[in-house]
Write a protein that binds this ligand. Structure first.
Ligand code: NAP
Length: 229
């Protein structure tokens, strides 16, 4: 199951995992175009559980979870309302909590599971005007490490991919609203001198999910063109 699978990075991950031969369900606020696209708000546990009932009925137990649903917000910290703070924490962190907790019984039962959390390269350096986002994504990295220790004995690996500057609708919206500054300068500050592609993130997820990565857990693998590593 790939959350946020209707757009950007999540959609590329879902495509890649389908190409790898997995049966993929997506969970997103919006309907996707592929088969097995489910709509639910990841902050709504009852909705997540209901979607999972349908997914299990169609595809069986969920043994692979990629948490890519996310929400950014740009605002000076002193101007943030608590509701705005909470909303960003809710989607990026609590949504990850709900989805992991909801699918874990399937993985424990199978004695095998793969969880990949999409955090953010902003967690390495911090990012002005994105305090709740960076706080939530940093917590996702911490959650990743703790669950790796807790569930390793049950055959479940838990890793995180913090993306750098990836060309997606989320990033383009932020750019249009003037929050990212000059894109050319961002590329110049990136050692490999290009924007990331959603497929770059999907490739890292594909690896973490593969049998080749069965001895890798609790890792935070920056996919960022060498920036903010
Ligand atoms: P995106 O194009 O906006 O895709 C995110 C998807 O998640 C959208 O379809 C969005 O729906 C959905 N979503 C948002 N809130 C949700 C909720 N409560 N429940 C279910 N689905 C929800 O963004 P993206 O750039 O691909 O981002 C994917 C992930 O990568 C996010 O976690 C993001 O924080 C992270 N990331 C991205 C970048 C980057 O440069 N693009 C960098 C670092 C980290 P709506 O469109 O309706 O909101």
């Amino acid at each position: 199951m790939v959350t946020g699978g209707a757009s950007g990075i999540g959609a590329a991950i879902a495509d890649r995992l389908r190409a790898d031969g997995l049966q993929v369900a997506t969970l997103d606020l919006n309907a996707g175009e592929e088969k097995f696209c489910y709509t639910a708000d990841v902050t709504d546990r009852a909705a997540v559980d209901a979607a999972l009932e349908d997914i299990r009925a169609e595809l069986g137990p969920v043994t692979v979870l990629v948490n890519a649903a996310g929400l950014d917000r740009f605002k000076r910290f002193s101007d943030l309302t608590f509701d705005e703070w909470q909303k960003v924490i809710d989607v990026n962190l609590n949504g990850t909590f709900h989805c992991i907790q909801a699918v874990l019984p399937d993985m424990v039962e199978a004695g095998w599971g793969r969880i990949v959390n999409i955090s953010s390269s902003s967690t390495h350096s911090g990012q002005p005007f994105m305090a709740p986002y960076v706080a939530a994504k940093s917590a996702v990295n911490g959650l990743t490490k703790s669950l790796a220790l807790e569930y390793g004995p049950q055959g479940i690996t838990v890793n995180a991919v913090p993306p750098g500057f990836i060309d997606t609708p989320m990033l383009r919206k932020a750019e249009q609203r003037g929050f990212l500054g000059d894109t050319a300068k961002q590329i110049e500050a990136t050692p490999v001198r290009r924007m990331g592609r959603p497929e770059d993130i999907a490739a890292a997820c594909s690896f973490f999910i593969s049998d080749d990565a069965s001895y890798i857990t609790g890792q935070i693998l920056g996919v960022n063109g060498g920036r903010n590593t």
